[in-house]
Design a protein around this ligand. Sequence first.
Ligand code: GTP
Ligand code: MG
Ligand code: NA
Length: 458
Amino acid sequence: EVEKDPEYKSPIVCVLGHVDTGKTKLLDKIRHTNVQTGEAGGITQQIGATMFPSEAINSLTRKLPNINVNILVPGLLIIDTPGHESFSNLRSRGSSLCDLAILVVDIMHGLEKQTLESLDILRKKNIPFIVALNKIDRMYQWKAMQDEAFMTTFKQQQEHTQEEFIRRAKEAVLAFAEQGLNAALYYENPDPEDYINLVPTSAITGEGIPDLLGMLVNISQGSLAHKIKYKPQLQATVMEVKVIEGHGTTIDVILANGVLKEDDKIVLAGFNGPIVTNIRALMTPMPLKEMRVKGEYLHHKKLYATMGAKISAQGLEESMAGSPLCVASNEDEIVDLCEEVQRDIAQVFTHINKKGKGVHVQASTVGSLEALLEFLKESKIPVCSVSIGPVHKKDIMKAQGQIEKLKRKEYATVLAFDVKITQEGQEYAEQVGVKIFAADIIYHLFDRFTEYVKQIRD
Ligand code: GTP
Ligand code: MG
Ligand code: NA
């Protein structure tokens, strides 16, 4: 483990874009993993983070014929976000700490609805980005050269395939122009300060990935050099809150600057007020492993930025994703820090019905819970209570109250997203007449409940 302050830290790179443009698949290709095929319905519904060490990047960027990439940063911390429309909260959160972004566009589809939404986020937050024009292998009679630099593979395509690419790239440039943005293929960019770089890629064949990584490193060490200098002042954000077998409720944290240590007294925002606790375990996934995939964790006494870390501690059950994470160095600081972390907690939780009328909602992470709540708010479905993790008898009892107190049968319902229903919970629900809707795809849950309410009301 590192013993002194590092000089450079890894830049934080966020991947944004419309659903199914290949964000997760691109990362899978670099990691040699298969995260995407393990996702329910093949859609991302959580924020993920992966550390890509410079050695892994170097082995790919060496293939670039005319670009020299001299890697100074320890690596890249890449944050994957969902493209599905329900998860704008996670796109926004994922981008909140990033230094740089990749906007993934499907070259066969051009700019789509969440591409525009992502563009909006990037412009509002003033985040520099490059565009991956992905799925180039889908062009007619494309001849793949696994993991090659784009120019190498482009030169050996047939003329009509090259022409198709040039036509589609021009269409993309036009579409960006319609959004008021200059864009150019990166190898013919007249002025990188003024024109967005388009990098052609394929997540299936790996073509163009050396170019993509090379660009990220060169931009980070060039125009963003001031951002990758390590700063000792702690800057960390809670990305997700979830129950992990053997660890209880844990928080996933992006450590953007500074250092975290085992036993540090941390302060973060909670549903019912600030949480003050001590770090029990400070963990990271293995390099090139995705934080959100269950696996082995490495334990650390001390972690320097940049890092995606998992923290276990007592009393994290009510943690709020999106909260800043602070460390109190003495007792006097605690009061101030409590105020600070609670200042801008998620607005959506203020819509939980105070009179206790509504359905009970349960989800695997606070991020997906927020997405669900936002949708239910728009659909005018009231929510009386929420919880994270598996559905137990005590959760069913919250919904049961709706039958007795309010005589509203439709609200005697538990909406369970991506969580297990315990057998005891299931049996109790059947016994008392509480309906459980469980799904691992967020919009299936909306659909089923709306149908059920219609049935009851007809
Ligand atoms: P969300 O996270 O749900 O928004 O999707 P995503 O952007 O992460 O896309 P994902 O990685 O899930 O890929 C969507 C589909 O496109 C999958 O079936 C992939 O196999 C396919 N795909 C992704 N990239 C490519 C590519 O470069 N070429 C081809 N042919 N297919 C691709
Ligand atoms: Mg994905
Ligand atoms: Na997908």
